[in-house]
Design a protein around this ligand. Structure first.
Ligand code: ZN
Ligand code: ZN
Ligand code: ZN
Length: 390
């Protein structure tokens, strides 16, 4: 990477503290509606969403306690006090910070905080089993459910700040795709190209690279192929599926490129051009179908019908998409059986693929926001089949 990416020169983007107050109020209102006494949120995306706290997943308990009828408390190990206290919703006073000492039993502290409000409790999905079982032991009279029913629907609808962060991450990933497909590919291993992808994602401002799928030749027919030591050759496709979080919000883009090695006789064959044309139409039509009120499964169906009508139905072996935000995969899932209507503000991938096992395959993936006015595609990298020297 020779040039200084624009992203690195920008100030760190984020979510204003006021947003956390709104989210906490919404969680408490929803929890009250559901008859809960409190929501217990462990380390993970839910904690980051509500408190702005990107905590380490430690064996020591960090727990945000959101009672319906009292001010939220963040219970954290004493040695994490600086980080926890710097979280926007703690610094603003919205959440009270309580620390526990090495010799304290944090589970008993949770029981004490809850007091009389420990009848019906919801725990965040990613709270470790060690903590959940410990809480159940000290609160034997409580009933338990998953906080996803409370927090999930809130997180699925992104506010303007979150959409801006998703767009920023998408544009950075667009740039990485552009740089990688313009560079040398033939003669390199998939693993080597994957390393370049990871380096460039970070250079363009990502917190880290979470995945860098580089599937060349027959490996392009394996949707979750991990980059291998296979050497890329002229006259084959490469599926690049890359992404990771940037200021916490994920990017996730797939583009398929064909490398000729500079040999004009090594261009894409008729079979691949047909396959790609069908895929391109399916991805475009599925994207166009995105509108508030449309059932999520309808988007999957639109893509699947086009691919099936062309005879590739058995070769489209995964759902069409997944929600994206603080988690790389989160609701809404764009899959048959999910009749939930899309809502304005939902952000998710549209990523049909066609995979001819042992031969080759292709996938096209964009992150799309369902807006009041229909689809708002965040990725800008070209979707037509890129034929490059490589
Ligand atoms: Zn862009
Ligand atoms: Zn992807
Ligand atoms: Zn994806």
């Amino acid at each position: 990477v020779t040039s200084l990416p624009f992203a690195a020169a920008q100030p760190r983007a984020g979510v204003p503290a006021a947003r956390h107050a709104e989210r906490l109020a919404a969680v408490r209102a929803r929890a009250a509606e559901q008859g809960l006494d409190a929501v217990l949120v462990g380390v993970g995306a839910d904690l980051r969403y509500l408190a702005g706290y990107d905590a380490l997943p430690l064996e020591r308990l960090t727990l945000l306690i959101v009672p319906v009828a009292a001010r939220p408390v963040l219970l954290a190990p004493r040695l994490e006090a600086a980080g926890a206290g710097g979280a926007p919703a703690v610094a603003s006073g919205e959440i009270r910070l309580e620390t526990w000492e090495e010799t304290d039993d944090p589970l008993l502290r949770v029981r004490d905080f809850l007091g009389d409000h420990a009848g019906r409790l919801a725990v965040s999905d990613r709270l470790a089993a060690s903590f959940v079982l410990g809480l159940q032991a000290v609160l034997p009279g409580a009933s338990w459910s998953l906080a996803a029913a409370v927090v999930g629907p809130l997180r699925a609808v992104k506010d303007a700040d979150e959409i801006a962060l998703l767009e920023r991450a998408a544009h950075a990933a667009d740039q990485v795709i552009h740089e990688v497909v313009c560079g040398r590919l033939v003669g390199r291993t998939e693993a080597d190209v994957a390393r370049e992808v990871r380096d460039r994602l970070v250079a363009w401002g990502h917190d880290r690279a979470d995945f860098a799928i580089v599937g060349s030749g027959p490996n392009s027919a394996s949707p979750h192929h991990a980059a291998s030591d296979r050497v890329i050759r002229p006259g084959e496709p490469i599926v690049l599926d890359i992404g990771g979080p940037m200021s916490g919000y994920g990017s996730d883009i797939t583009r398929t490129v064909w490398v000729t090695g500079g040999d004009p006789t090594r261009g894409p064959d008729r079979g691949f051009l047909r396959l790609y044309g069908v895929l391109r139409a399916a991805q475009a039509e599925a994207t166009h179908a995105i509108w508030p009120g449309v059932p999520a499964e309808r988007i999957d169906l639109v893509a699947r019908e086009i691919i099936s009508a062309a005879g590739y139905g058995a070769s489209f072996i995964h759902r069409t998409g997944h929600g994206i935000g603080l988690d790389e995969h989160e609701p809404p899932y764009i899959v048959a059986g999910n009749a939930e209507p899309l809502l304005a503000g939902m952000a998710f991938s549209v990523e049909p693929g066609i995979y001819l096992e042992g031969r080759y395959g292709a996938r096209i993936e964009d992150i799309v926001v369902c807006s009041e006015d229909g689809p708002m595609v965040l990725n800008e990298a070209p979707r037509d089949l890129l034929v490059v020297t490589g």
